[in-house]
Ligand binder design. Structure first.
Ligand code: MN
Length: 734
């Protein structure tokens, strides 16, 4: 009989109540009873394959969770963990009746059950583990899931052979490593041993038999050592607990079958565990043990001063007794023992106790500890196998990643902030190129939807659909972006040329550069040489699909323009028109600290919304508003005579009033110039107050236009548009 046969396979609600009453935790029995009643009603006549009433499964899982020392909500979630999936009650109902935490845990456990967990590809298993940890923003999800899995393994006997092997494999690949990382050694050992029984029944039996053969010998040996140690320790019997420890079958299996040792060669088949009240006693007792027996060099490990990443703490040593028999000794405190067996669940228990007493520093420390451990676990550091470490560092779990799965359960790993477009291209380039939309958790979402860990995402495609240019701005990953560009490069050359040329011209205009097509081609020659393009169309096409990014190359183009193309600067001739008085019912300016004061826009600099402005309190004429850069405003306000006269003023966010502005447009003199300007302005629905043109020197003309604009951006747009008129040399705002 193996040690696992002693574990009751099914436990009922009375047994759960007994466990809860024995515990030192303060449980919400009424809420737990209510959850049980719902689960019982919901599962009704449902039965397990073995014929056992279904309700006994969630009840047993709740018992396991309670034995870990978890809180009321975890136990309630365990009772309800199959309700959403298998019965008519939905998550909304559970949330309403039992709160957000419970519905969140039940939802997490249900989702995990749907993931395709085992795959031959190791990377996939790795991803699944990472995803599960990432998903459990509430770690209780994982703990309830582990309890569920444990109970299923205890009762899997009646399942078909294939199912037993599949589940066993999942345990070895996914759940046991997670339990290990959570420091839940008891769960890890049991899951592994139960799984090994189905994966290699013969090997399992051999070890089990060998251990049974040794049982009497081992018991006698341990009794003897126990007496020797108790005597030498000089501690009262109440202060020291010594017992024999049997290694898990799976760990012996690994050492014998995988490392080619015989059972007799394994030191710690004989092993003692000593539990004490405090850390000082642990080190004292280590000294006693090393006096009593001969320590084997390099077998001593101090995991008390340097805990394992999964919080495990103990002193380990291997010694040889006078008869030449080696055995391992583990020394620890009771608290360390709890942590060693139940890992993170044990910490939950302490946290619970402390939070109840006082909401103090200790509770926060434990919180921090749990978070730290979560991070470390996620970082995949496995101290058991040092060759793994390098690979694990490379695979380092990153807070900046999300894990989502397809409706079939395949897991995909993307940078945080990734959209459904990124996922589509990650699945397959063709999926991305034909995407029309996506569903997340069965709901249609917009194309810029950002994915979250744990979501089920389905990409909708259509044969004749293709990417859109704005996807380039939406997607997050460079691989999606380059695949979209590839598509445009291949499919849309003509379009790209037009688009690229327009983009380039727009940028040039923004820099006040106006060129004919011929001049532009000349200007861009250096770009053609640099990129090995044959024609300027190649360059435009590349700009069009995003192969060349304008913001990167514009400075260089401007430089080229300035050195080779810029026309000689001539001081534009400025003709002043009579300034018009403006009446402002509502000036659009707010003066800091003053309401309803008279506002006057200065004539010297004509500030426009968007300009950096400052107010000056005049004598008797209210506040006059200047541009901060106006020559009438001193640069250094701290040095002026009456600094208190200068006040902060702001533009109101919404300005409905038009502002008048005068432009001076210098151009090569030609017929039709004034007409072109008029057409351009009226096509933009600009109100023109005044417009005239006159001949100036060097065959040039100056057009003066006084117009109404909404704000400075509007003015900039107008100027840009005017710059596109043939022969225009410069435009100045007056
Ligand atoms: Mn279940």
């Amino acid at each position: 009989m193996s040690k696992y046969d002693k574990i009751a396979h099914y436990q009922d609600f009375n047994e759960l109540l007994t466990i809860l009453k024995k515990s030192s935790n303060n449980y919400d029995i009424r809420k737990i009873q209510k959850a049980y009643d719902l689960a019982e009603k919901a599962h009704g006549d449902q039965r397990r394959i073995s014929g056992v009433p279904y309700i006994l499964h969630p009840t047993s899982v709740a018992c396991i969770v309670a034995q870990f020392g978890m809180d009321s909500d975890s136990i309630i979630s365990a009772l309800l963990h199959d309700v959403v999936e298998d019965t008519e009650y939905d998550l909304g109902y559970i949330r309403k009746e039992f709160g957000k935490d419970v519905s969140n845990i039940v939802d997490g456990v249900t989702k995990i059950s749907k993931i395709k967990l085992y795959s031959r590809e190791e990377q996939q298993a790795e991803n699944v583990r990472k995803m599960l940890i990432a998903m459990s923003n509430d770690i209780r999800v994982i703990i309830v899931k582990l309890a569920d899995r444990l109970h299923n393994m205890r009762t899997i006997e009646c399942m078909p052979e294939q199912k037993r092997r599949d589940k066993s494999r999942e345990n070895m690949e996914v759940f046991a490593p997670i339990a290990h990382r959570l420091g839940m050694k008891a769960v890890k050992d049991e899951l592994e041993d139960l799984s090994l029984r189905y994966l290699d029944p013969v090997g399992y039996k051999e070890i089990e038999d060998a251990l049974l053969l040794q049982e009497n010998e081992r018991d006698r040996f341990i009794e003897k050592k126990k007496k020797e140690i108790l005597r030498a320790s000089k501690l009262p019997n109440s202060k020291i607990t010594v017992y024999g420890r049997v290694k898990s079958i799976n760990s012996i299996y690994r050492k014998t079958y995988l490392r080619g040792k015989t059972i007799d060669e394994i030191y710690d088949v004989f092993a003692l565990r000593i539990i004490l009240d405090d850390i000082k006693d642990c080190y004292n007792l280590l000294g006693v043990i090393h006096d009593l027996y001969t320590p084997i060099p390099r077998r001593f490990k101090d995991y008390i001063s340097t805990p394992k990443p999964n919080m495990y703490q103990s002193l380990h040593t291997t010694v040889i007794d006078r008869d030449g028999i080696p055995f391992e000794v583990q020394i620890r405190t009771w608290e360390m023992h709890q942590t060693a067996e139940n890992g993170i669940a044990a910490h939950w228990k302490y946290k619970l106790g402390f939070t109840r007493i006082v909401n103090n520093k200790k509770a926060r420390e434990l919180d921090a500890n749990i978070n730290r451990i979560k991070d470390i676990l996620a970082a995949q550091i496995d101290t058991d196998d040092s060759t793994d470490i390098i690979r694990n560092i490379r695979n380092d779990f990153d807070q900046n990643e999300v894990y989502v799965f397809s409706p079939k359960g395949d897991v995909f790993n993307l940078p945080k902030g990734s959209t459904v477009i990124d996922l589509a291209y990650l699945i397959h380039t063709e999926v991305g190129n034909h995407m029309v939309g996506a569903k997340v958790d069965h709901r249609i979402v917009s194309i810029d939807y950002e994915l979250n860990t744990g979501e089920i995402c389905e990409i909708l495609t259509q044969k004749d659909s293709h990417p859109r240019r704005d996807w380039l701005e939406i997607c997050k990953t460079s691989s999606a972006r380059s695949k979209i560009r590839q598509w445009f490069k291949r499919e849309k050359r003509d379009e790209n040329i037009i688009e690229g040329k327009m983009m380039l011209e727009r940028e040039l205009k923004r820099s006040n550069i106006s060129l004919t097509d011929e001049e532009l081609e000349k200007l861009l020659q250096f770009m053609l040489r640099k990129n090995k393009f044959n024609t300027v169309e190649d360059l435009y096409a590349s700009v069009g699909y995003g192969g060349i990014q304008l913001w990167k190359v514009m400075p260089r183009i401007k430089e080229e323009y300035n050195t080779k193309f810029k026309p000689e600067d001539k001081e534009p001739v400025i003709v002043k028109t009579t300034p018009q008085k403006r009446r402002h019912a509502n000036s659009g300016v707010i003066v800091e600290g003053m309401e309803d004061c008279l506002i006057k826009f200065s004539q010297c600099c004509n500030p426009l919304p968007g300009d950096d402005i400052i107010g000056y309190i005049t004598r008797g004429y209210g506040v006059s508003v200047h541009k901060r850069s106006c020559s009438n405003i001193p640069k250094d306000l701290s040095a002026v005579e009456e600094p208190e006269r200068y006040v902060k003023v702001y533009w109101e966010n919404e300005i409905n009033e038009n502002f008048r502005s005068t432009l001076e447009i210098i151009s090569t003199d030609r017929t039709g110039l004034l007409a072109d300007v008029t057409i351009a302005l009226s096509s933009m629905r600009i109100f023109i107050h005044n417009l005239n043109s006159r001949h100036i020197e060097d065959g040039r003309a100056m057009v003066t236009a006084t117009i109404d604009v909404v704000n400075r951006e509007h003015l900039d747009t107008v100027i840009k548009r005017l710059q596109s008129i043939r022969d225009i040399i410069s435009i100045k705002r007056f």
